[in-house]
Design a protein around this ligand. Sequence first.
Ligand code: MG
Length: 373
Amino acid sequence: MKITNVEAIYLKVPNLDAAKCDGTQDTLLIRIDTDEGITGYGEVDSSPLVAKAVVEAPASHSIAVGLKELLIGENPFEIERLWEKMFQGTIYFGRSGPALHAISGVDIALWDIIGKASNRSVSEAMGGVFRRKIKAYASSLMPDTVKEAGMLAERYAKLGYKAIKFGWGPIGKSAKHDEELVKTIREAIGDDIELMIDAGLVWDLKGAIQMANVFEKYGIFWLEEPLDAADLDGYRKLSERTSLYIAGGEQESGRLQFQRLLDSGDIDIIQPDLARCGGLTEAKKIAYMAYDRKKRIVPHAFKTGVLVAASTHFVASIPNGFMIEHTVSTSPLARDLVESPLLFKDGYIHLPETCKGLGISINKSVLDQYRVQ
Ligand code: MG
């Protein structure tokens, strides 16, 4: 089997609000075609047109080559070698950031092809299924008012979610308001639903310690990215001073960055985004690095059903996965782009036995409607 084309497709909703931290308003879809008629899809979570340039750029010299040129004519089954070829071929402008983001989308599409070509799910192709039933947590932006927070929390609980996360928005502006938001949400959902808070990089160490002490009263399961992502010393000190699980890692690309988060930051729950960290191939290495250190993985996923499917297969195929992120965004890209999303029932995503590749198909009319380039 040979790769015949690699396409980077930019999708965007017309009324995109760049002031909101909402990654479901646009995306970069990767489509890879082969000479055997099998097509794979992947997704990139980056600045879409920057990552698109990484795919399409003509070769400048041996370590500055666009991904498409590196992949045409190659066999998708040689995925480890292709990953290394892409990494080495982009080293001049890559090694992290947009180049690894673009490699991530390509890697997901290659795994989709491998699964489809071998009549297996991606999780099976990646080494086996540890679990078919995976808790999906509702992932929501934190609204500005306490009233809205209570109403949304109640709505997600009624949808059957057993875990809910609120993040970003007003968090960090006022300690009193933060506590009121969390108190109201906890009262709305009761004690049996897990609640997580994504602070969105807002505090310094002392501020994070103070708020972690407050949140302990409300049984917060994990506190996500309370500090600047690069403040590894701060993360380590915070971990030593709170009983809350500390989560982070969605900003990072490449396994060496995750090694630093684990070893220097002592972060409890590692959150690689498969559309950013280097794809499924790199994420599996990250997962085992965490596993060896007795740490758990919950991949970050705030995009379309392509990334949700990839994340589900990933969590199914590693020993230390236990939960996936499920955006409750109403964006048509999050809701409608993927035609056959994995079954969500009673708070869990259920991975079917018969799934091929990622187990999804792309709705062509949604793709055409939101396609920009
Ligand atoms: Mg986050």
